[in-house]
Design a binder for this molecule. Structure first.
Ligand code: PMP
Length: 431
C-alpha cells in the first residue's frame, strides 16, 4: 500500500516531537522528499530538485537506479538474511571483488553496517596488531559517532569532548589559510614528527581522510601522505585511510589514496558502496588480518541483500566508467565554480577539491557572517531546484558532491543558477 503524504509541516512537527532535538538539518523550509530517480529527487508537491549532494556522497550511482535496485529486490525475494555461520555467495563474491579493486596487498575484508563501525573496527584492529593504544588524527577530520571514532574526530562540532578517549594526538592538517599547500604540509609533518618522537612507541595508528569531506574539502599536496607513511613506518605506526566519503570513484579514481600513490595498512569503506543500502567494510593485508584473533561476527555485516546491492554497484561503476566520468565532469564543475570565484571575489575565498568532491568557501561580509551567507545560498538554491551541501570548520563551505551520473547539462544549469543567487547576495552585500 502506498504511503499517504502528510505534507512538510506535519513531517516537520513529528520530527520536532519525536526525534532528539540535536538532529542536524540544513533548511528553514525543508522539502519533504518522497521520490528519487537518478540525479533527481522530488518533493511531495512534485517539485524536482537536481541533487548535487547525493546524501553526502552516498548515492553515487543515482537515486533508485534500476540497474541496482533490481538486483537488491531479486536478492530480497530469494534469501534476505542468515548469519555468517552459514555459507552464502554474495558476501564472498563481494570480498573477492573488493580484493581486486583495493591497492597493494589489501585483500581481507570484514563487513559491517556503517562508516562509524568500519572505522571502529579498523582502529581496534590497529590496536590488536601493534599492542599499542594511542592514535594520531588530523584536526578537522570526521570519522564517526561511536566512542572511539568520535575520539579521533577533530571537528569540534562532531565531538562531545568530556567523555572521549584521551589517548589521541591531533596534528595540524596540511592546509592552512595564508600558507601554500607545500608550507602547510611541511608544518603538519613537523608536528607529526614531534608527536612520534615523544610517544611514537605508544601509538597504534594514524587515521586520515585522504581528502577531508566534512572538514571542508581539504586535499593535501601530492607528496604529503608519502612522507606521512614513511614517518609512521619508522615508528611501526599503521596508517588507516578513511575512504568512507572519497571511495568508489568520487574523486576521479577508485580510492582517493591513489592520488597520493600511497598504500595504507587499512582502508575503511561505506557510503557509496551500497548506493543507499547500508553496507560498510574495513580491509587489510593477510598479515594484519591475523591480529583480529578473537571470534568476531556482525549480525547484519555482509548480509546477502547488502552484498548483492554492493556487487551491483561495483558492476555499474565499472560498466559506466564512473571514476573517469567523475574526473571529467569534476573538471567542468570546478571550472564553473572558479569562474564564479573570479566574478565574486568579495563572496568567495576558495574553490577546491577534485573530481566530484568540490568545495567553495564563502567569505563573511558586513553584517552577514560566512555561515549565514552559506545558509542563504543553500536555501535559495533549494528553492530554485538544486540541493547542495555545506561543511567546513566554520560551516561556510558549499559542498558539491553529486551522483557520479550527473550530466554536463546539469552542471552548466546549476552554475547559471548559482550565479543568479550569488549576484543577488552581492547586491545585498553592497546595500
Ligand atoms: N568517515 C567519514 C569520512 C564520513 O564522512 C562519515 C560520515 N559523514 C563517517 C566516517 C561516519 O559514517 P557513518 O555515518 O556511516 O557512521
Amino acid at each position: 500500500e502506498q504511503q499517504e503524504f502528510i505534507g512538510r509541516e506535519a513531517v516537520a512537527a513529528k520530527r520536532k516531537q519525536y526525534f532528539y532535538p540535536c538532529t542536524v538539518h540544513f533548511y528553514k523550509n525543508s522539502p519533504q522528499l518522497v521520490r528519487g530517480s537518478m540525479q533527481f529527487v522530488y518533493d511531495e508537491l512534485g517539485k524536482e530538485y537536481t541533487d548535487f549532494f547525493a546524501g553526502v556522497s552516498v548515492v553515487a550511482c543515482g537515486h533508485c537506479n534500476p540497474a541496482i535496485t533490481s538486483r537488491t529486490i531479486a536478492q530480497l525475494q530469494q534469501l534476505q538474511h542468515t548469519t555468517t555461520v552459514y555459507l552464502t555467495q554474495p558476501s564472498v563474491d563481494l570480498a573477492e571483488r573488493l580484493a581486486e579493486l583495493l591497492p597493494g596487498d589489501l585483500r581481507r575484508t570484514f563487513f559491517v553496517n556503517s562508516g562509524s563501525e568500519a572505522n571502529e573496527g579498523a582502529l581496534l584492529l590497529a590496536r590488536m596488531h601493534t599492542g599499542r593504544k594511542g592514535f594520531i588524527a588530523l584536526e578537522s577530520g570526521l570519522h564517526g559517532r561511536t566512542n572511539l571514532t568520535m575520539s579521533v574526530t577533530g571537528l569540534p562540532m562532531w565531538r562531545t569532548d568530556k567523555y572521549l578517549d584521551e589517548d589521541v594526538a591531533f596534528i595540524e592538517r596540511a592546509y592552512q589559510p595564508g600558507l601554500t599547500l607545500e608550507e602547510a604540509a611541511t608544518q603538519s609533518l613537523q608536528s607529526l614528527e614531534r608527536v612520534l618522537k615523544e610517544k611514537g612507541n605508544t601509538i597504534a595508528a594514524m587515521i586520515v581522510e585522504p581528502i577531508q569531506g566534512n572538514g571542508g574539502m581539504i586535499m593535501p599536496v601530492s607528496w604529503y601522505f608519502r612522507e606521512v607513511k614513511a614517518l609512521l613506518n619508522q615508528y611501526g605506526v599503521l596508517l588507516i585511510a578513511d575512504e568512507i566519503q572519497t571511495g568508489f570513484g568520487r574523486t576521479g579514481v577508485m580510492f582517493a589514496m591513489e592520488h597520493f600513490d600511497v598504500v595504507p595498512d587499512i582502508i575503511s569503506m561505506a557510503k557509496a558502496l551500497g548506493n543507499g543500502v547500508p553496507v560498510a567494510a574495513f580491509a587489510t593485508s593477510d598479515e594484519i588480518a591475523l591480529s583480529l584473533n578473537r571470534p568476531s561476527a556482525s549480525t547484519f555485516g555482509g548480509n546477502p541483500v547488502s552484498a548483492a546491492t554492493a556487487l551491483a554497484v561495483l558492476d555499474y561503476i565499472r560498466d559506466e566508467h564512473l571514476p573517469e566520468r567523475a574526473a571529467q565532469l569534476g573538471d567542468r564543475l570546478k571550472a564553473g565554480l572558479k569562474s564564479l570565484q573570479e566574478r565574486y571575489p568579495v563572496l568567495i575565498a576558495d574553490v577546491r577539491g577534485t573530481g566530484l568532491m568540490l568545495g567553495m568557501e564563502l567569505i563573511g561580509t558586513g553584517t552577514s557572517d560566512a555561515a549565514l551567507l552559506t545558509d542563504y545560498v543553500l536555501e535559495e538554491m533549494k528553492d530554485r531546484g538544486y540541493l547542495i551541501g555545506k561543511n567546513g570548520i566554520n560551516r561556510n563551505v558549499l559542498a558539491f558532491q553529486p551522483p557520479l551520473i550527473i550530466t554536463a547539462a546539469d552542471i552548466d544549469g546549476m552554475i547559471t543558477v548559482l550565479n543568479e543567487v550569488l549576484l543577488q547576495a552581492s547586491a545585498d552585500v553592497r546595500k
